[in-house]
Design a protein around this ligand. Structure first.
Ligand SMILES: [Mn+2]
Length: 320
C-alpha cells in the first residue's frame, strides 16, 4: 500500500478505467478513487464503459459523477480488472502516460503493458482496497463514497457468503456514517425482468452432474452469465459453469464456500487450464471466475472440460 501511494502521488492528472459491464465493486472503486485523488489536489476523471446495468446506473446517478469519453492526463488507473479483454483496449493502448492497476483478482505473472500493478488477492472486494487507501491517506470519505463502497463490498462478497474481519471492519466504519438500510437497498435491489427470466430459463435447461455428495451444474444463456452462475449455486449446486452464447462467448463460474474451503480455486485450478487448452483469456477468484475469447464451436467442449476438471478435484479429496 505504501508503494501504491508513492506511485499514485507521482501523477497529477488521472484517467480511471473500470471493466465493461461494470459491477458495483468496479463502479465504487473508480468513483471513490477519483474523489480521493481530487482531495489530494489532483485532477481525475472516470472513463465511460459499455453495458452499464440498472444497479450500476443507480450508483452512478447517486454519485453525480459524469463519465468521460476522452482519456487524458499523465496516469491511467485500471481498477478491479484482471483481464485486458474486459476493458476498452483502444483507450488503454493509446494512452500516453503511466498505466497502473489496482486489483484484487488472482495475481498473474504479467499485467502486460502496466507500469505499476497493485494486486491484493486477499481483499474480498476491490472497494476494500480503496477504503483502506483513503484511511491510509487520511482522506475523509463523503457519505456517498461510503455508500458506494459498502454496496461494492456486499455484492462482491455475494452477500457475505465469503467474508473476513477486513470486510466487517469496513462495513462497521461505513455504517457509522451511512444507514445500513441504504447500502443494503442498492446492494440487493430487485433485478430487472430480463435478468430474472434469464435465470429461470437457464435453470430449467441446466445439466446436472452429481459427484459423491456434490453437484455441478452447467447451462447456456444469451446474457447475464455471472448472475445465472450465482443463481445456480443458490438453487443448490456446489459449482456452476455458464456460457453466454454469441460471437464472443463468455464463461462464468461460481463455487460454493465448502468446495473453496476444500481448496478449489476456480481461477487457478479451472479457468487457467481452460485458457491453456482453448487459447483464451481467463481470470478470477477462488469462488468466482471466468474466461473469454474461446471459439463459439468449442462451447460444449469447454463446459465438458470444466466438469471433468471439477470432478477430478472432488474425487481427489473424497478419496483421501
Ligand atoms: Mn471486484
Amino acid at each position: 500500500m505504501d508503494e501504491l501511494i508513492t506511485e499514485l502521488l507521482k501523477g497529477k492528472n488521472f484517467s480511471i478505467m473500470m471493466h465493461k459491464s461494470p459491477d458495483p465493486d468496479a463502479i465504487a472503486s473508480a468513483i471513490v478513487l477519483a474523489r480521493i485523488l481530487r482531495k489530494l489536489g489532483k485532477e481525475a476523471r472516470v472513463m465511460r464503459t459499455e453495458k452499464i446495468n440498472e444497479q450500476a446506473s443507480l450508483m452512478l446517478s447517486s454519485s453525480d459523477e459524469e463519465l468521460q469519453d476522452i482519456a487524458g492526463g499523465d496516469t491511467l488507473v485500471v481498477v478491479d480488472t484482471s483481464s485486458l479483454a474486459m476493458i476498452d483496449l483502444d483507450i488503454f493502448e493509446n494512452f500516453k502516460g503511466r498505466r497502473m492497476a489496482i486489483d484484487h483478482h488472482a495475481e498473474r505473472e504479467n499485467y502486460p503493458g502496466f507500469d505499476f500493478v497493485y494486486v491484493d488477492e486477499t481483499a474480498l472486494a476491490n472497494s476494500l482496497l480503496i477504503f483502506e487507501l483513503a484511511k491510509k491517506l487520511n482522506v475523509e470519505l463523503c457519505e456517498n463514497s461510503l455508500l458506494l463502497l459498502g454496496v461494492g463490498i456486499i455484492t462482491d462478497t455475494a452477500d457475505f457468503v465469503v467474508a473476513d474481519p477486513r470486510v466487517f471492519f469496513a462495513l462497521a466504519e461505513i455504517t457509522k456514517k451511512v444507514k445500513y438500510d441504504k447500502v443494503s437497498e442498492i446492494a440487493r435491489m430487485r433485478k430487472n425482468l430480463s435478468e430474472r427470466v434469464a435465470r429461470l430459463k437457464a435453470a430449467s435447461r441446466a445439466k446436472i452432474y452429481i459427484v459423491g455428495e456434490y453437484v455441478i451444474a452447467t447451462t447456456k444463456v444469451s446474457a447475464f452469465e455471472g448472475s445465472v452462475a450465482s443463481s445456480l449455486l443458490e438453487l443448490g449446486s456446489d459449482v456452476s459453469f455458464v456460457v453466454s452464447s454469441g460471437k464472443q462467448p463468455r464463461l462464468s463460474s461460481r463455487a460454493s464456500q465448502i468446495l473453496v474451503s476444500k481448496g478449489l480455486h476456480l481461477g487457478k485450478n479451472i479457468m487457467s487450464k481452460v485458457s491453456e487448452r482453448f487459447e483464451c483469456d481467463s481470470g478470477g477468484h477462488a469462488g468466482a471466475a471466468g474466461a473469454t475469447g474461446f471459439k463459439q464451436e468449442d462451447t460444449d467442449a469447454v463446459l465438458a472440460y470444466c466438469v471433468d476438471l471439477t470432478t477430478l478435484f472432488i474425487k481427489g479429496f473424497t478419496n483421501d
